[in-house]
Design a binder for this molecule. Structure first.
Ligand code: 1PR
Length: 530
């Protein structure tokens, strides 16, 4: 019996599913007394440092947690839970942590790498740990903007470090108390193995100080992520299917293309080694997702078998239903997080939010981006950009950000700008991709999913010109999307641009290239991969 400290924020479903999958039963902490009486406790930290601490205080959990740790009772903290062990965090100035360890958790200061760190990175082990046994050479999934400093953690606690521009603490352990900055429940089979080690471990009565391991200046490297994307919609027969468009047109001879069932395909991609799965409800701009129960069910069922991050997009916006009931974008997102999503992706609504911002010059605080980012953190908010090239003869023809292009337009135009669209590419707006990405970052987005309508479904490779333009303008991670037709195209995009991840749909659905082959070719080309 495992006791879970779930205070109702974000996606704890995956932790639950992982524990159940490993054959254990989950019990929830009902009150402070359960913290002390639990045989084994898991504390998955979700949200900002301040919101976690506030919640622990209001539920009366702070004292029992400190006492549990003092008594050396089995404890596993994940992500922000590791950070709460410290005295405080730059993320929430003035808020005290559990203060088991001294010092402040700080924001990454690296300028050359995107923040948040999103992706699969390694760990350097500083002492043996029964919980990391067999898995310390694996890449594990991290998602965070703040990190604990090695200087604040003595040898009695320091378990693992990771490098992301700088070295930081990715694991602490003393006796039966362990905490990780990475997410074992999102780290595939390796993560499940780590959780199993914890679930099966026999707590030791006394704390034995383990000998430090030689680390020999080992460094870890973040992997470039490969993401499988499933565009989902109801076909004319009323079935929810994975479809795929050519430049966003998903019909052949008037019929919606049916490339498979969402839950089955997601599982296949997980087993082939996809680092992340994205679902896009491509008719979300007209259907209301809260009535779209099948989509929620797709997520719930997928998260039972898929232990890598899940993103869901389509229809994330505020809505008033036919009975006059109002749902904020936050309500919609919350429903998705509860169903197993780690990130939500916003398309059309982001364009409208940016138009508002550019008109008023002020943040309204009301946009979906701002609200969701405030509650769930920037790393949970992805912006899906759907741009299309507008060719021109010279930059003087537009006020938009232009590029000189190596693939000229139909009339020999050597320049273009990338026009953002809404409603699945049906309507062009007076905003370019660079403006959109930059403004969304300002509003609190944590990642950009950069599609390209001109390349979508063409198998002709990613649009490096677009990717370079946007990647160079933001400091959050960018996912290259649209046009992948071979494993080499992934190698090309990672060599030619600085993107953190690349996404594809058609080649995976049509079984032209499996995810495993993409990774094999990346490895052969010395591109860091999981
Ligand atoms: O506007 O917030 O409701 O979100 C709608 C979402 O649905 C957006 O993310 C938008 O990109 C997506 N979408 C809407 N219509 C379509 C369509 O195809 N008719 N799909 C659509 C866009 C997603 C791409 C695709 C890549 C890779 N497709 O990410 O997966 O281009 O494809 P490829 O590898 O086969 O070239 P909202």
């Amino acid at each position: 019996m495992i006791t879970l400290l779930d205070y109702g924020a974000g996606n704890v479903r995956s932790v639950r599913n992982a524990i159940t999958r490993l054959g254990h039963t989950v019990r929830d902490v009902q009150g402070p007394e359960d913290i002390l009486s639990a045989e084994k406790l898991i504390f998955p930290g979700v949200g900002s440092f301040g919101s976690v601490m506030q919640r622990l205080h209001s539920d009366g959990m702070v004292e029992p947690l400190i006492e549990r740790i003092r008594l050396n009772k089995p404890f596993l903290g994940i992500c922000v839970a590791l950070q709460t062990l410290f005295a405080g965090s730059e993320e929430s100035p003035g808020v005290a942590g559990l203060s088991i360890l001294p010092g402040q958790v700080k924001r990454f200061t690296t300028r050359s790498l995107s923040v948040p760190q999103i992706g699969w990175n390694g760990i350097v082990l500083h002492k043996e740990s029964p919980i990391l046994k067999d898995y310390h050479d694996e890449k594990l999934y991290f998602v965070h903007s703040y990190r604990a400093s090695i200087a604040d953690v003595g040898p009695d606690w320091l378990l693992a470090t990771t490098d992301y521009g700088e070295s930081f603490v990715s694991g602490v352990e003393k006796g039966n108390v362990t905490a990780f900055q990475f997410h074992p429940e999102k780290s595939g089979e390796a993560g499940l193995g780590i959780l199993k080690n914890y679930l099966d471990s026999q707590g030791r009565e006394t704390i034995t100080v383990r000998q430090a391991l030689p680390t020999q200046d080992k460094k870890t490297h973040i992997a470039k992520r490969i993401i499988a994307c499933l565009d989902v919609r109801t076909n004319d027969q009323g079935d929810l299917v994975v479809t795929k468009g050519d430049q966003y047109d998903v019909r052949t001879d008037g019929e919606v293309r049916n490339l498979g069932k969402p839950v089955e395909l997601a599982r296949r991609y997980y087993e082939e080694g996809a680092d992340e799965i994205t679902f896009l409800n491509i008719t979300g701009f007209r259907d209301f997702p809260m009535q779209d129960q099948p989509m929620l069910e797709v997520l719930q069922r997928t998260s039972e078998n898929v232990f890598v991050p899940l993103t869901i997009g389509g229809g994330i916006r505020e809505f008033t239903d036919s009975e006059g009931r109002h749902y904020s974008a936050l309500d919609v997102a919350a429903e998705y997080f509860r169903s197993g999503a780690d990130k939500i992706s916003i398309g059309s609504d982001a364009v409208y939010a940016v138009e508002d911002y550019l008109q008023t010059g002020k943040k309204s605080g009301k946009s979906a981006i701002e609200q969701i980012s405030m509650v769930y953190g920037a790393q949970a908010v992805v912006i899906s950009v759907d741009p299309r090239r507008v060719y021109i003869h010279g930059p003087e023809e537009t006020t938009h950000n232009t590029i000189q292009t190596a693939t000229p337009g139909p009339h020999g135009e050597n320049y273009c700008w990338y026009q953002c669209t809404v409603k699945g590419g049906r309507e062009g707006r007076d905003i370019d991709a660079l403006q959109l990405a930059q403004t969304c970052e300002l509003l609190g987005a944590g990642e950009i999913l950069l599609n390209c309508i001109d390349r979508d479904g063409t198998n002709s490779g990613f649009d490096h010109e677009l990717i370079r333009q946007v990647r160079g303008a933001v400091s959050i991670p960018v996912i290259a999307s649209s046009g992948a037709g071979s494993a080499q195209h992934f190698v090309d995009v990672f060599k030619e641009t600085d993107v953190e991840a690349a996404l594809a749909a058609g080649i995976f659905h049509r079984r032209e290239v499996p995810v495993s082959e993409v990774k094999e070719v990346m490895r052969r080309n010395n591109i860091e991969t999981r």
